[in-house]
Design a protein around this ligand. Structure first.
Ligand code: PMP
Length: 347
């Protein structure tokens, strides 16, 4: 009984301590997160500090001898396993700074899965509620992870998820993050991913990246063009038949995370940053992924296969001595179905 009284008396103190920790988390994070320090020898009390600072690996076995070097930035080593940790943090921090949401408030996002996972994670750490509208065919691993992080998940048809998210945000008084149009998405990659790439490689001849929202290709592309001038080639990758490259196509392939059916607002705003858009079939992406997993030991997801497929083509064109960089946005471990599919491709 006495113990209960002592505990009750301590509650206000615990609340103050927790508030202090939360407000520290919200207001005192390094603006460039882990980008400028790297985390190999770092001990941190704040897991948010582990966003970014991901390693870059040079492909050694699947690149032609007279071709350019190909480098892959391993974004699946972010805490929730994708490059979307960067933008989830940036978009939520931006909403908090602009007082669109307060501690204890709620955020809504529509996503094919990775952004939703990252939003669930950042929200849980910053004391926000997250409601996530996710493609009905999203990887069950991603959906289970969002729920484990405390988010509410609503499954929807891909073409309806944005409208549903917008409606829920209005009804529930939440902020809608809207990644395909949110400038904080581009800024995250302009301020962190781009500088990290240049710090690792000092010079770059081409950057290749799949387009989902276009935030990565436009943010990194803009940074590289400002630093290196127009000599750097920026290549966007889309699924075969994507409306971004082939509005008239009669069928469109689907590669998880890349845009087949809509042109995101970010791509409309920054179209001049992207020099070339290349289409990749689902089968081509998976065949390349199977080789990347087997011979390079990089356990990327399907869009990693698409990115590296195009990076290898650009490396052939560019020739020896040049540097082509691309990204492994997420990991095959999030896609049990794809793990089974690629098994047959290298046998
Ligand atoms: N690959 C995967 C697996 C993704 O989830 C996404 C984003 N949906 C992308 C690539 C494309 O990234 P961005 O949205 O920055 O264009």
């Amino acid at each position: 009984m006495e113990w209960v009284l002592v505990f009750n008396a301590l509650i206000p103190v615990l609340v103050v301590v927790e508030d202090y920790i939360n407000s520290y988390a919200i207001s005192c994070l390094a603006p460039y997160l882990n980008s400028l320090c790297g985390y190999s020898s770092m001990v941190t009390a704040l897991i948010l500090n582990l966003i970014g600072g991901t390693p870059v690996v040079k492909l050694s076995r699947i690149v032609g001898r007279d071709h350019a070097d190909v480098y892959v930035k391993l974004e699946f080593l972010n805490p929730t396993g994708s490059h979307k940790d960067r933008i989830a943090y940036y978009m939520i921090k931006d909403a908090l700074d602009r007082r669109l949401v307060k501690e204890g408030g709620c955020v809504v996002e529509a996503s094919s899965g990775n952004t939703a996972m990252a939003v669930a994670w950042v929200s849980s750490l910053l004391g926000l509620r997250a409601i996530l509208v996710v493609n009905e065919d999203a990887s069950p691993v991603k959906v289970a992870a969002m729920e484990a992080l405390g988010a509410k998940v609503i499954l929807s048809r891909p073409e309806e998820k944005r409208n549903i998210a917008e409606r829920i945000a209005k009804e529930e008084g939440c902020v809608f993050l809207n990644q395909p149009g949110n400038e904080a998405n581009v800024r995250a990659h302009y301020e962190t991913t781009g500088p990290e790439i240049l710090k690792a490689l000092s010079d770059v001849d081409a950057f290749v990246m799949g387009i989902g929202t276009g935030g990565t290709v436009c943010g990194v592309g803009r940074y590289l063009k400002e630093r290196l001038g127009s000599k750097v080639l920026i290549v966007g990758v889309v699924p075969k038949g994507s409306v971004i490259a082939s509005p008239e196509a009669s069928s469109r392939d689907v590669i998880d995370g890349l845009s087949s059916y809509s042109v995101p607002d970010i791509v409309k705003r920054y179209r001049d940053i992207i020099d070339r858009i290349v289409e990749v079939g689902y089968d081509e992406a998976l065949r390349t992924l199977a080789r990347v997993v087997r011979y390079e030991g990089i356990l990327g997801g399907p869009s990693t296969g698409a990115n590296i497929h195009v990076a290898l083509k650009v490396a052939k064109e560019s020739g020896k001595g040049k540097k082509v960089v691309t990204i492994a946005p997420d990991t095959i471990l999030k896609y049990p179905k794809v793990l089974k599919e690629i098994k047959h491709l290298t046998q």
